[in-house]
Design a protein around this ligand. Structure first.
Ligand SMILES: [Zn+2]
Length: 94
């Protein structure tokens, strides 16, 4: 199902497939590389990013059935980042 922007009443467009959402326990510190903050990451999810063509609002949707990586395997979290750093989004869920 395609997301709809409620601001504009417009169908959003998929602008990134296979994005990696890093679910963080606290906000990431921008001055430190993400790979030095692995302990702050609870899980990594694959998702698609949709963007509103009018107001540029973005949403992540179409999540996989389960996480790609979880905190009890920190090596898998680092691997998920190293494979696609350009697709990484950090989402804080304390
Ligand atoms: Zn919009």
């Amino acid at each position: 199902m395609t997301p709809v922007c409620l601001n504009c009443g417009t169908m959003m467009k998929c602008t990134k497939t296979g994005a990696r959402l890093f679910e963080c326990k606290a906000p990431m510190m921008p001055e430190m590389p993400p790979t030095d903050q692995i302990g702050n990451i609870r899980a990594v999810w694959a998702a698609d990013v949709f963007t509103c063509p009018d107001c540029r609002a973005e949403v992540a949707t179409h999540f996989g059935a389960g996480p790609l990586a979880e905190e009890f395997r920190p090596d898998s979290i680092k691997q998920a980042y190293d494979a696609y750093p350009e697709k990484a989004f950090f989402v804080c869920r304390p």
